[in-house]
Design a protein around this ligand. Structure first.
Ligand code: CS2
Length: 491
């Protein structure tokens, strides 16, 4: 049997595989990361790893899972070590990362998570809980006070389940103990992710105790950040390939692309690791970068996911290998998105878009359209609807964006073009199934019924005939012609 990756087997790694270059054993925990998934392990944890090698500091990471024990179960026997594999057409380049020194599972022991968060040595809390983890209304960004988990956390402040619940309880303890607050850094694909975090946290705290709400609003910094690295879900095949390459078994390696970007609003009153030494861009205002990324990368991703999946493609690379799709994505970016962006001087948008198409085409990544299609109700507003609203205000056409929204509508009915069921994963999936059952596959009925879902579409867009007309027409075409033909026939 091949031995497990762990601190005691590290010296058996092939000599060409990079590994931690700092003293892990005595590293204090200065960061708590909430949402210990593959993305964090391939992104922020790598920046911290590299920063630690360049400039040692008290920045070990305690990773917290808010839901499942799987990552902790994989990492604990490995002493937190795991492999990051960068893959592209040139091959695979593994490295072993050690910055995650501790892993906790919140539902098993919320008190342990609160103890860690309340510890004075913790100065930064980074967050990747995905869009739905903020318990906000996607259309407005405000806390969803009717969310069952938020109601639970208000009733049980000492055993929370949600991000706002944990942060507020820990900050209340720090305040009572006279310990300075930590900085909260959101790393999710939301516009103004710092402001959204600050907003849901402040509102939640206020509902618990108005004084705490005020203290948090005054004292807790929630900078924004734009994160970018494509990290598909790891498969059993990936794991076997890593074992063969390393000669050690890693229960959960993460697979990613060469590209990585992190643009961070530099507002950390309690200090931070020297992330900029390894390429993080520390700026005063992240907004133009996050808008660029959400509207170009993530919007294209979602269109590829819904249209590509309906057209029968399993991965992003397969989808954009179809010239009709490659043309469509390019035109979507150039014609409908780029005119809505205002970038600071020096940002090379043309280069950025060209790089995006090359990244989507990476044949080694096998990024499933199904994975990206998840949670569309939480993603649509910032990926497509904001751009649409800007275009309509400018009196400009929205045909390709509308086809993307229509493809989402077609997808969430849960039946594909061949009549087979689609496994729709979305917090609103049950509602979409009911709507589809009521309207049937008729664009003129289905489109208005979905547009009436206010938490996604808000109140303005569904009243705009330019938008409702374009989406309904696109949906009718999708039913009549199929996704592949619609993409091909869109100039
Ligand atoms: C993707 C993102 O799953 C999705 O919705 O669009 O996870 C995407 O891969 C990342 O944002 C890339 O930085």
């Amino acid at each position: 049997m091949i031995p497990r990756l762990s601190p005691t087997t590290l010296d058996r790694l092939p000599a060409d595989v990079p590994r931690p270059r700092y003293d892990r054993a005595s590293l204090p925990t200065g960061i708590v990361h909430i949402g210990l998934g593959a993305f964090h392990r391939a992104h922020q944890a790598v920046y911290t790893e590299d920063a630690l090698a360049r400039e040692p500091g008290p920045w070990g990471i305690c990773g917290v899972s808010l839901r499942s024990p799987d990552t902790r179960d994989a990492l604990a026997p490995q002493g937190g070590l795991y492999t990051v594999v960068v893959r592209d057409a040139q091959g695979e380049r593994p490295r072993v990362v050690g910055s995650v020194t501790e892993a906790l599972v919140a539902p098993e022991d919320p008190a342990a998570v609160l103890d860690r968060l309340a510890h004075p040595a913790v100065r930064v809390v980074t967050v990747t809980v995905t869009e739905k983890g903020y318990c906000h209304e996607p259309a407005t960004g405000a806390l969803n006070e009717d969310h069952p988990d938020i109601r639970h956390d208000l009733a049980n402040p000492q055993s929370p389940r949600t991000l706002p619940g944990f942060l507020a309880a820990a900050l209340a303890r720090r305040r009572a103990a006279g310990v300075a607050p930590f900085t909260v850094l959101s790393c999710d694909n939301l516009p103004h992710n710092g402001a959204v975090t600050a907003g849901v946290l402040r509102r939640f705290a206020e509902l618990r105790d108005p004084d705490l709400g005020r203290w948090i609003a005054d004292q807790v910094a929630c900078p924004s950040s734009m994160v970018d690295r494509i990290v598909p879900a790891t498969t059993a095949e990936d794991r076997a390939a890593v074992a063969a390459r390393l000669g050690l078994d890693d229960a959960w390696p993460v697979m990613t692309e060469p590209f990585s970007q992190w643009v961070v609003e530099d507002r950390f009153p309690a200090g931070r690791p020297a992330w900029e030494l390894e390429g993080a861009e520390m700026v005063a205002d992240v907004r133009p970068y996050e808008t660029m990324k959400l509207r170009l990368l993530n919007a294209s991703h979602s269109c590829i996911a819904y249209l590509g999946d309906l057209a029968g493609y399993e991965t992003v690379a397969q989808t954009v290998a179809d010239p009709a799709f490659a043309r469509f994505v390019r035109a979507l970016m150039d014609e409908e998105v780029t005119p809505t962006l205002q970038m600071p001087p020096g940002v090379d948008l043309e280069g950025y878009k060209a790089a995006l198409l090359a990244r989507f085409a990476n044949p080694a990544l096998k990024h499933r359209t199904w994975q990206i299609a998840m949670d569309g109700s939480q993603k649509l507003p910032q990926r497509l609807l904001g751009t649409i609203a800007d275009r309509l205000r400018a009196g400009a056409p929205v045909d390709r964006l509308a086809l993307g929204v229509a493809a989402w509508m077609r997808y969430v009915t849960g039946v594909d073009e061949g009549g087979r069921p689609i496994d729709v994963r979305d917090p609103l999936a049950a509602r979409f199934t009911d709507i589809a059952a009521e309207t049937g596959p008729v664009a003129e009925r289905l489109a208005p019924a979905l547009l009436a879902v206010e938490s996604v579409f808000g109140t303005d867009l569904p009243r705009h005939p330019g938008f409702t007309g374009a989406v309904t027409a696109a949906l009718a075409r999708l039913y009549a012609r199929g996704a592949r033909a619609c993409v091909d026939e869109t100039p």
